[in-house]
Design a protein around this ligand. Structure first.
Ligand code: ATP
Ligand code: MG
Length: 179
């Protein structure tokens, strides 16, 4: 039997944003301790599907092909912190642009249409930079990272001996202004 795929929907940052996030991760790690997340794993999760039979992949992809796409938007990553309970050290936008809320809602509607469960907790878009963070940071983030978000992706996560590895199975562009 083919094992299920561990799937999630994410915003994959472009290289320029990854480079800046790497610097922020370094800063945060110095203050908070814990373990850094590898740069190639950094992303914003929009929905977590978890183990999904490979047979459902086609219908999932069709749903996102048909999704009324949201517009390109700028995401300003301008704060960082830790969540004590989970030990996650994160970087996030203070302001959540309406197109991001819309995209998140449409993705969830698509998943619900397929009979898949969706997250009930409030949407807190963030990038996980640290695991097992120990202390809250004692400085604030100084230089905001501006990310022009122009696509989202269906990702598969696989746990290997050296940690998780992600692969992008499909990507969808967001609409540019005026289209
Ligand atoms: P690992 O758990 O193997 O150390 P990981 O957390 O990087 O690695 P996954 O657990 O596959 O990889 O998670 C992929 C993405 O989905 C991450 O952004 C993770 O935070 C998120 N995620 C994982 N489990 C859940 C869940 N139960 N609910 C919501 N989001 C989740
Ligand atoms: Mg995990």
């Amino acid at each position: 039997m083919v094992p299920p795929l561990r799937l999630f929907i994410a915003l994959p940052p472009p290289t320029s944003v990854l480079t800046q996030l790497e610097r922020v991760g370094h800063m945060l790690h110095r203050q908070c301790g814990g373990r850094r997340v590898r740069t190639d794993l950094l992303h914003v999760t929009l929905a977590f599907l978890g183990d999904t039979p490979i047979e459902r992949l086609n219908e999932l992809i069709s749903v996102f092909n048909m999704l009324q796409h949201a517009s390109i938007f700028a995401l300003q990553l301008d704060c960082y912190g830790i969540w004590r309970r989970s030990g996650i050290g994160w970087c996030a936008p203070q302001y959540i642009p309406p197109p991001l809320i819309e995209l998140h809602q449409r993705i969830n509607q698509g998943l619900t249409g397929l009979g898949l469960p969706t997250e009930t907790r409030p949407f807190k878009p963030h990038i996980t930079l640290l695991r097992k963070a120990l202390h809250a940071p004692n400085t604030e983030m100084t230089d905001a990272i501006i990310w022009q978000v122009d696509r989202f992706a269906l990702m598969a996560s696989e746990l290997q001996a050296d940690g998780p590895h992600y692969s992008s199975l499909a990507e969808w562009p967001l609409l540019s202004a005026g289209r």
